[in-house]
Design a protein. Structure first.
Length: 456
């Protein structure tokens, strides 16, 4: 926030090349504000300004920058400078950087790092992409159950400087299998001569997550158990690190961005930054679903052709086509959004599906009746040529079309999940097509029956 307030002053100092004054201002700011300021100046000046920062501040600021900017700064640094920066990074942030860098830059980064940090980075990169192992940090505090609380606190003082997370101490056995978790608060509050195992909850299984599972599973566990850090274990249940809520904030942001893109019919992009994504990459990702919808919409014209005689006899029906298709499509989209969200958060079970469908049938019918009454009333007032029979056709058809689209919006994501497809990407095109075809068929079938006296 402060970074935005002094952005004009910083810009003037950069333009004047007053590096001494600029450095004096920067060292008094917090790391997040410095990162915000760097991203607010010209890209060509960022590396220069970054070099003005003291070493420890520069290391912390680097971790707060977007990966694309970290890449640019690394390219501008000499090997010794890059090595210092990379060696000082936390393992999880460094892994996130290395997996996004081009191969050439990543190889150079690994080459200049110390042997110990290189081995650690390679170990984390060996886990599957998007897994907990890629996001975890091995810099956690281990403790022994036989230690007293005072001894554990003394040990914590000695190692805390090199650990990323000291809020919890993880009690492990000789094989590093987690046996319990003790918070710093519990240690401070307990008598200093009390053994740690006396404040452990012995009969409660420790919540843990496998290193090779998707990071979204860790998000789910943290939300379910309301905890800020999770021990990470390997296939033999040995503790290999921890993953914290701040490590998973990016996972949640990426998942939310991906879901929004897919629900809009866009194939997810490699980066969440719009301006960092080239037009050549954006074009095929956006046009694919639109082409499919255009094809189905064009084919929907065959429905209109099948009812061409009715259209010629009852031309007033065409006045309500846009309302009918728009209302049914929007209702289906609403229902699918709710269902996709419920599936993502696992707030609906298989046993509840029939109940959900019944609720959506009733809700869709109620919405349809409400829209039908409004549209029929306004249509009769705005279009004097529309009689009671035509208004009745519109009301009945709109009620039925909205109900069907609402059920489709609820059922299609469930069906796609059952078929192992991602409902976020596939649902909207499918629901749009179903809504278009069903609303046209319902509309003209009702019109044919009520206005012509025959059923097709």
């Amino acid at each position: 926030m402060l970074g935005r307030l002094i952005q004009p002053e910083i810009h003037e100092l950069v333009q004047a090349r007053d590096w001494r004054e600029l450095r004096e201002i920067l060292v008094d700011l917090s790391v997040p504000d410095i990162a915000e300021l760097l991203m607010g100046i010209e890209a060509t000046d960022r590396a220069v300004v970054f070099r003005l920062l003291p070493r420890d501040v520069a290391n912390e600021t680097f971790e707060h920058l977007p990966v694309e900017e970290q890449h640019r700064i690394l390219d501008s640094l000499k090997d010794a400078e890059a090595a210092t920066l990379l060696n000082e990074m936390s393992p999880d942030d460094r892994t996130a950087l290395l997996e996004e860098l081009p191969d050439r830059v990543a190889r150079r980064a690994l080459r200049v790092m110390s042997a110990e940090e290189r081995a650690l980075s390679l170990a984390l990169l060996a886990y599957p992409e998007g897994s907990v192992g890629r996001r975890m940090t091995p810099d956690y505090v281990k403790g022994r159950a036989q230690f007293t609380c005072g001894e554990t606190i003394d040990y914590l003082r000695r190692v805390a400087q090199d650990k990323e997370w000291v809020n919890y101490i993880y009690i492990v056995d000789r094989d590093t299998v987690p046996r319990g978790v003790v918070s710093l608060r519990e240690l401070v509050m307990a008598p200093q001569d009390m053994p740690v195992d006396q404040i452990l909850v012995q009969d409660r299984e420790i919540v843990r997550v496998r290193a090779d599972v998707d990071a979204e599973e860790a998000v789910r566990l943290m939300r379910q158990y309301d905890i800020s850090a999770l021990p990470v274990v390997d296939s033999h249940d040995r503790m290999v690190g921890i993953i914290t809520f701040d490590d998973l904030m990016d996972v949640q942001e990426e998942a939310a961005t991906e879901s929004l893109q897919m629900m809009s019919g866009i194939v997810p992009t490699e980066t969440t930054s719009y301006l960092q994504t080239s037009m050549l990459e954006l074009f095929p990702k956006r046009v694919a679903a639109l082409v499919v919808l255009a094809v189905f919409s064009t084919c929907a014209g065959k429905v209109l052709e099948a009812f061409s005689d009715e259209l010629s006899h009852f031309q007033g029906l065409t006045l309500f086509l846009v309302v009918l298709m728009g209302a049914s499509g929007n209702t289906g989209s609403q229902a699918s959004t709710l269902m996709i969200r419920m599936l993502a958060t696992e707030t609906v079970t298989k046993r509840q599906i029939v109940r959900v469908l019944f609720r959506e049938f009733l809700l869709g019918t109620a919405i349809g009746i409400t829209l039908a009454l409004v549209v029929a009333a306004i249509g009769s007032a705005v279009f004097p040529g529309i009689g009671s029979r035509e208004a009745t056709v519109v009301a009945i058809a709109l009620t039925a079309a909205v109900t069907v689209s609402n059920l489709a919006g609820t059922f299609v994501p469930l069906f796609l999940r059952w078929c192992k497809f991602d409902p976020a990407y596939m649902a909207n095109p499918a629901i749009t097509t179903i809504s278009d075809y069903s609303s046209l068929l319902i509309y003209f079938s009702v019109a044919t029956f009520l206005l012509s006296g025959t059923w097709i």
